[in-house]
Design a protein around this ligand. Structure first.
Ligand code: GLY
Length: 394
C-alpha cells in the first residue's frame, strides 16, 4: 500500500515536472517585451518614423508611416497594454497609433490593412474609441478601391518590375488585409466590403494553393477577363517553391477569414496549408526562409514566418472541433513558441530594441537577412498573449 502511494506521488511529481518543461514561459517573455518596448516607446519620437528592423548596434531603424510595416509597432504596444493594463503603455500605444492615421487614405497598395488594422484595429478592440472606428472604416473604403470584379480580388501592388511584368498581381500576403474589409463591412461600413473580402479569399483559394497544399507567392490575373495568367514568386526561392512566410500569411489569413465568416471552405483550405507547413518544418519548428531553398540546412531560418504561423495555429486550434486536430495545431504552435523563447532567438541579454533575432525579409535581394523585424515581434507577442489566454482556460 505504502509503495503504491509512493509511486503515485512520484508519478505526480514527474507529471508536474513535464508540465513545467513543456510550457512556454509566456509571462516572463511578455514581461521582457513590456520592459523592452516601454524603453523605446518613451525614448523615440513617432514623428521621426516607425520601427522596422534594427541596426548592427541593436537600435531600431525607423521608416515613414507609408512603409508597409508602420502599423506593427503601435500594435505591439496595444498587445502589451492588453497584457499589463498599464496606463503608461496605453498612452504610448495611443501616441504611436496616431502617427499612422494618415494611412487611412492610402489607395496605392493592399498594406493599408496591416497599417491600420494592427494599430487602430487593436486600439478599437481594447478601448472602443469611436474615433478609431472611423479611421478603420475610412481605411476599408481605401482598400475597397483596389477590388476588381472580374478577378474577384483586390490588387496587391501597383508597381511592375521589368523582370516580371505582371498585370494584376495578387500576393498571398494580401489574405491578411481582408480582415479590414470583412470587419468593417460587418461593423457599420459598406456591406459590399465584406463580400469583397470573402470573394478575395475564394479567388486565392482557387489560384494560390497548389495540389500539394503549398502556395504561390504571387498570382497574376488578367484584369479584363479575370483569367489567371500565372503563378510566380517575388520573395521566395523559385516560382515553383514555397516561400515560408507566404505559407504562414496564408495559414493565418484563411484562419482569420474563417473566424470572420464561418466559411467552411476557408477552414478546409487552412487545414491544407497548416498540414503542409507543419510537415515541412525542421525539428525545432522554425522554418528555413523557403521550404525548397537550395542549401538546407545551411540556409537562414525565418523567425517571422514562425511567429506568424504560431499565432495562426493557436487560433486555428481554437476553431477546430475534432480533438486530434485541435491538439495537433496547438502542439505545433507551442513547440514553435518554445524555440522562439529560447536564447537562440530571443534578444534577452543581447541589448537589442527588438525581441526576436533571425528573420528574413527578402533573401534573394539580399535585404534584411538574419535580422530582427518588427512584424516578427508583433505576431510573436500576439501569439504569447493568445497562448497565455488559452492556457488559463485549459
Ligand atoms: N508582406 C511583405 C512581406 O511579407 O515581406
Amino acid at each position: 500500500m505504502k509503495k503504491s502511494i509512493l509511486l503515485l506521488v512520484l508519478m505526480l511529481f514527474s507529471l508536474l515536472g513535464c508540465q513545467q518543461q513543456t510550457d512556454v514561459p509566456a509571462n516572463d517573455v511578455l514581461r521582457y517585451a513590456f520592459e523592452t518596448y516601454s524603453r523605446t516607446a518613451k525614448a523615440l519620437n513617432p514623428a521621426d518614423g516607425l520601427p522596422r528592423t534594427t541596426d548592427a548596434d541593436g537600435h531600431w531603424i525607423v521608416k515613414p508611416a507609408r512603409d508597409w510595416t508602420s502599423g506593427f509597432y503601435p500594435g505591439v504596444l496595444w498587445y502589451l497594454f492588453e497584457f499589463s493594463g498599464d496606463p503608461n503603455m496605453k498612452q504610448y500605444a495611443e501616441n504611436w497609433t496616431a502617427a499612422v492615421e494618415g494611412q487611412k487614405d492610402a489607395t496605392y497598395g493592399h498594406d493599408v490593412g496591416f497599417q491600420i488594422f494592427c494599430s487602430f484595429g487593436n486600439g478599437y478592440r481594447l478601448t472602443k474609441n469611436e474615433d478609431y472606428k472611423a479611421v478603420i472604416l475610412k481605411a476599408a473604403s481605401s482598400l475597397a478601391t483596389r477590388f476588381n470584379d472580374n478577378v474577384g480580388a483586390t490588387r496587391s501592388w501597383d508597381w511592375i518590375p521589368d523582370s516580371a511584368p505582371w498585370t494584376f498581381p495578387v500576393i498571398i500576403d494580401n489574405m491578411m488585409n481582408l480582415e479590414l474589409l470583412l470587419w468593417a463591412g460587418a461593423h457599420g461600413g459598406d456591406s459590399t466590403w465584406y463580400d469583397m473580402g470573402l470573394s478575395h479569399a475564394h479567388t486565392a483559394m482557387k489560384n494560390h494553393i497548389r495540389a500539394d497544399n503549398s502556395t504561390f507567392h504571387v498570382v497574376d490575373f488578367n484584369p479584363e477577363t479575370g483569367e489567371r495568367v500565372r503563378g510566380l514568386t517575388w520573395q521566395g526561392y523559385a516560382d515553383s517553391s514555397c516561400w515560408a512566410r507566404g505559407q504562414a500569411w496564408g495559414l493565418y489569413g484563411f484562419t482569420m477569414v474563417y473566424r470572420e465568416t464561418q466559411d467552411t471552405l476557408c477552414l478546409h483550405a487552412v487545414e491544407r496549408l497548416a498540414d503542409y507547413y507543419i510537415s515541412h518544418l525542421p525539428a525545432d519548428y522554425v522554418p528555413y526562409w523557403d521550404f525548397q531553398a537550395p542549401d538546407i540546412p545551411n540556409e537562414p531560418r525565418d523567425a517571422s514566418a514562425a511567429a506568424i504561423a504560431a499565432s495562426g495555429l493557436l487560433e486555428l486550434s481554437r476553431h477546430e472541433l475534432q480533438p486530434e486536430k485541435k491538439q495537433r495545431y496547438f502542439q505545433a504552435a507551442e513547440n514553435t513558441l518554445k524555440t522562439l523563447c529560447s536564447s537562440k532567438y530571443l534578444t534577452k541579454g543581447k541589448q537589442n530594441d527588438a525581441l526576436l533575432l533571425h528573420c528574413v525579409g527578402h533573401r534573394l535581394a539580399g535585404t534584411e537577412v538574419d535580422v530582427p523585424l518588427i512584424y516578427a515581434d508583433y505576431y510573436f507577442v500576439e501569439a504569447l498573449v493568445r497562448y497565455r489566454a488559452m492556457k488559463q482556460q485549459q
